[in-house]
Design a protein around this ligand. Structure first.
Ligand code: LLP
Length: 440
């Protein structure tokens, strides 16, 4: 078997009921002569047998390629936004490939440090960092603290009065650009809990404070306009607001955050990290900016690297209404459809190139009618109870937002490469569910 030629019509978006479009799959996806889909040289059906379902399967080559692409586009300081998917193996992989890590809480900081990522490769975010989080980050020597509020500036000054440490900081600016993305993941507009508004003058006041303060070394400005943004124009507009200002102050760095969108369904396409990088860097240069341009991609590094495997448990027909197909996971391993109305595709790894003429609603096993994974999924006609079903593009904000709702066990995660699978996060056990209870 070689890297599979996608079936006709599969690469260019495909159609609603055609075979799964291959552009949504990880880069080593290949169809074996028996029709099974392999990723990283591993048969997905065999992985489901060995590790159980639901299971997150990440293509290590895909992850590494995206990290390298980001480093090539932005240079060494580019950070992986670890909120998209974080475990020890992922932190190490991003570090090995030359990326820094963006950590948004003391918890993410702890995992990154535990993975052996040097503190100076970390960028700490958060609109409400606690004194403890700031203290820990400063003592560890994190590379950058992205300051988000006047309260945080004061907190840093107080900490400095005690221990004299001087962290390098960026000021998070809110440029006043409304990216057209879901309102829950939009952050560049003025009405936001994040950062210092540029139009109000708060951002300039924060910069002045940081420049005068002995408690921090101001390195530059940060902005993040939102997530799952497809239109380069929004990044352009944000750069136009912030770049002249960074240029005038002679600050050495501008981070444009993350936010590059990815395709989840057959009808979507997205710019590559390379295209995004070129657009951003040239917008900065057009604005006369000489500062180092940094970024924090999350989703675009990991989303398409993974598929989730489920087992079909029941198929219920409601005549003339819809067919419900229940799988053994749901909103606890992928809350994105419920939270943002996000769309996904589905396919059968045993018949990866099969047409998908049948319309079903894929639901999870939680005690909620809203527990929908794919509202209108096209699947092969012969789908049956017991089948392993896969949803592609689940590498970002799935495992990281997973929960134990209904005491469902959080899935395992495997990395696959060169015909080998390695378990990087084990499946939770029933014992784990009792772990935090304090018995009488
Ligand atoms: N930098 C900052 C400061 C951020 O807040 C984020 C994402 C990123 C970088 C990475 O953005 P990305 O490249 O992944 O779009 N749970 C939502 C996404 C929330 C994003 C939060 N911040 C979802 O599932 O769509």
């Amino acid at each position: 078997m070689t890297a599979a030629e996608p079936p006709p019509g599969a690469r260019e978006g495909g159609s609603m009921n055609g075979p799964l479009p291959f552009h949504l799959l990880p880069q080593t996806a290949a169809v074996a002569p028996d029709g099974h889909l392999h990723i990283g040289g591993c048969d997905l059906l065999a992985l489901a047998e060995e590790y159980g379902t639901p299971l997150f399967v990440y293509d290590e080559a895909h992850l590494r390629a995206r990290c390298r692409e980001a480093v090539a586009a932005f240079g060494e300081g580019v950070a992986y936004a670890s909120k998209a998917f974080l475990c020890l193996a992922m932190a190490r992989l991003a570090h090995e490939e030359g990326m820094g890590l963006d950590v948004a809480t003391g918890g993410e900081l702890h995992v990154a440090l535990s993975a052996g990522v040097p503190a100076d490769r970390l960028v700490l975010h958060g609109n409400n960092k606690s004194t403890d989080e700031l203290r820990t980050a400063r003592h560890a020597g994190v590379g950058r603290i992205v300051v988000d509020s006047f309260d945080e500036l004061e907190r840093l000054a107080e900490l400095h009065a005690h221990d004299g440490l001087v962290p390098k900081v960026l000021i998070r600016a809110t440029p006043g650009v409304e990216a057209h993305t879901h309102e829950f993941v939009r952050t560049g507009q003025i009405d936001s809990k994040f950062g210092f508004g540029v139009p109000s003058g708060d951002a300039a006041r924060a910069v002045a404070y940081a420049q005068d303060s002995p408690a921090m070394e101001l390195m530059g400005v940060h902005m993040h306009i939102g997530s799952q943004v497809f239109v380069a124009d929004f990044f352009h507009q944000a750069v136009e607001v912030v770049a002249p200002w960074v240029r005038e102050m002679g600050l050495p760095e501008l981070s444009i955050g993350g936010g590059l969108g990815v395709a989840y369904t057959h009808d979507e396409t997205a710019p590559s990290i390379t295209e995004w990088g070129i657009a951003i860097v040239s917008a900065c240069r057009d604005a006369g900016l000489r500062a180092r341009v940094l970024a924090e991609p999350g989703r675009s590094i990991v989303a398409q690297a993974a598929v989730t495997l489920y087992r079909v448990g029941t198929i219920k027909e409601v005549p003339e209404v819809r067919t419900y197909l229940s799988v053994d996971g749901g909103m606890s391993d992928n809350p994105r459809p419920v939270l943002y109305g996000s769309g996904y595709e589905a396919f059968l790894p045993r018949a990866a190139t099969a047409p998908r003429p049948r319309l079903v609603t894929i639901v999870g096993k939680h005690c909620e009618s809203g527990d929908v994974l794919v509202r209108d999924a096209q699947v092969p006609d012969d789908i049956a109870v017991g089948d392993v079903l896969a949803t592609p593009v689940t590498g970002a904000y799935g495992h990281s937002m997973a929960s134990n709702y209904n005491k469902v066990l959080r899935p395992a995660v495997v990395f696959v490469a060169d015909g080998q699978a390695r378990l990087v996060v084990r499946r939770e056990t029933l014992e784990d569910l009792l772990h935090y209870d304090v018995a009488d």
